[in-house]
Design a protein around this ligand. Structure first.
Ligand SMILES: Nc1ncnc2c1ncn2[C@@H]1O[C@H](COP(=O)(O)OP(=O)(O)O)[C@@H](O)[C@H]1O
Ligand SMILES: [Mg+2]
Length: 333
C-alpha cells in the first residue's frame, strides 16, 4: 500500500438514495486505476452499519489517504459525513460541511442564491409546525403568493421524493402533508414551464464549468420514476441551446458553486423558461449521480475529461483542499 494512494469509497448510506449510491460507487471503483490507488470500499447499510472490506481493517482510517464519499442525499450529501472527516483530519472529495449542508437544504440554498443575485423561481418556506397549526393560513399564503400550478417539496431531500406538482387548490393539502412527512421545512415554488439544463462544475477556488446538457423526461416532471426507470428520461449532450445561453449557464453554474463555497464538484441544474428563454437556477447537487451513465461524468467526457481522469482530478482536488486548509492556524498562542 506504501506508494499507492489509499482511497476509501464510502457508499450506500441511510438515505432514500441508497441504491443509487451503490450504482455510483460501483462505477467509481471500477474506473479507479489500481496501479495508483488502493481502493478501500466502505459500505454503510440502510440501517447505518458500517461494513469494512475483508480482511477487515480497524476503523481508524489507517491506510486511508483520501475519502471519496459517494453518498447521495441525507447523511452523506448534507455535511454529516464531511463533519466526521473534518474531525478525523482526513482529505475528502467534494464540498465541505457548510457547502454540503447549504446545498442540501433547499431553503438555505435559495436564500444564499438570492443574496448573490442568482435568478431563480419565486418560493415560500413553511415550517411543518405552521402547516399543522394553521393550515388555512398556509393555504391562503400559497394561493396568494405562488398561485397554481405550484411545486411543493420537502426542504431536505433528493431524487424528487416527496415532491408534488399541485395543479389546483384542492390538491394542495395532500401535497403539503406529503412534504411534511419528510421534513420539518417545506418549500413551495411557482411553477416554471421550462426545459431542464444541467452543468457540471469541477475545482476548488478556481472552478470550471462543463458544457451544458439537457434532461428530457417522459413524465409530467422529472420525478423519482423518471429518474430511475430506464427509458423514462433522456440526456442530450450538449444541450441544443443557443451559444449565448450555454455561456450564461456555465457562468451561472460557477457563480452558484461559489455562492455556497463549494469545492471539488457539483452539478448545477437550471430551468430554461419556454416563454422567454431565461435561465433560472433550480438547485445545486454536491454529490451528483456518478454512474457511467450519469449526467455529471458524461458532461465532463463531452468537455474532454474522461471518467478515470475525472476521478484523478477529484482526488487531487481533495488533497489540495486539505493542504490549503492545513495552512490556517486555529487561533493565537
Ligand atoms: N418550480 C418548478 N417548476 C416546474 N418544475 C419543477 C419545479 N420544481 C421542480 N420541478 C420538477 O421536479 C423535479 C425535481 O425537483 P428538484 O427541486 O430538482 O428536486 P430534487 O432535489 O429532488 O431533484 C425537477 O427536475 C423538475 O422536473
Ligand atoms: Mg433535482
Amino acid at each position: 500500500m506504501a506508494n499507492k494512494i489509499g482511497v476509501a469509497v464510502i457508499h450506500g448510506g441511510r438515505s432514500g438514495e441508497h441504491e443509487v449510491s451503490l450504482q455510483s460507487a460501483a462505477s467509481v471503483m471500477e474506473a479507479m486505476d489500481r496501479n495508483k490507488y488502493e481502493v478501500i470500499p466502505i459500505k454503510i447499510t440502510k440501517e447505518g452499519e458500517w461494513l469494512l472490506p475483508e480482511p477487515s481493517i480497524p476503523f481508524t482510517f489507517q491506510g486511508i489517504d483520501v475519502v471519496f464519499p459517494v453518498l447521495h442525499g441525507t447523511n452523506g450529501e448534507d455535511g454529516t459525513i464531511q463533519g466526521l472527516l473534518e474531525l478525523a483530519n482526513i482529505p475528502y472529495v467534494g464540498g465541505g460541511v457548510a457547502a454540503s449542508a447549504v446545498g442540501m437544504d433547499k431553503s438555505l440554498m435559495k436564500a444564499v442564491f438570492a443574496y448573490h443575485g442568482l435568478p431563480q423561481a419565486n418560493f415560500l418556506t413553511v415550517l411543518r409546525q405552521q402547516w399543522e397549526k394553521n393550515p388555512d393560513t398556509v393555504k391562503g399564503e400559497v394561493a396568494a403568493q405562488m398561485g397554481f400550478p405550484c411545486f411543493v417539496k420537502p426542504a431536505n431531500l433528493g431524487s424528487s421524493v416527496g415532491i408534488s406538482k399541485v395543479s389546483e387548490p384542492a390538491e394542495l393539502g395532500a401535497a403539503l402533508d406529503l412534504a411534511a412527512s419528510f421534513d420539518r421545512k417545506i418549500i413551495i415554488e411557482e411553477f416554471i414551464a421550462a426545459r431542464e439544463i444541467e452543468v457540471a462544475v469541477l475545482g476548488n477556488d478556481s472552478a470550471k464549468a462543463s458544457i451544458p446538457g439537457e434532461i428530457k423526461s417522459k413524465k409530467d416532471f422529472y420525478d423519482y420514476e423518471a429518474k430511475y426507470t430506464d427509458g423514462n428520461a433522456q440526456l442530450f449532450i450538449p444541450a441544443d441551446i443557443p451559444p449565448d445561453t450555454s455561456e450564461e449557464a456555465r457562468r451561472l453554474a460557477v457563480a452558484a458553486y461559489k455562492a455556497i463555497d463549494c469545492a471539488g464538484m457539483a452539478r448545477v441544474d437550471f430551468f430554461l423558461t419556454k416563454e422567454t428563454g431565461k435561465l433560472l437556477v433550480n438547485e445545486i447537487n454536491t454529490i451528483p449521480g456518478f454512474t457511467k451513465f450519469s449526467m455529471y461524468p458524461k458532461l465532463w467526457e463531452a468537455t474532454g475529461l474522461s471518467y478515470p481522469k475525472l476521478i484523478d482530478e477529484l482526488i487531487e482536488l481533495a488533497l489540495e483542499r486539505h493542504k490549503d486548509k492545513s495552512k490556517s492556524v486555529f487561533g493565537v498562542d
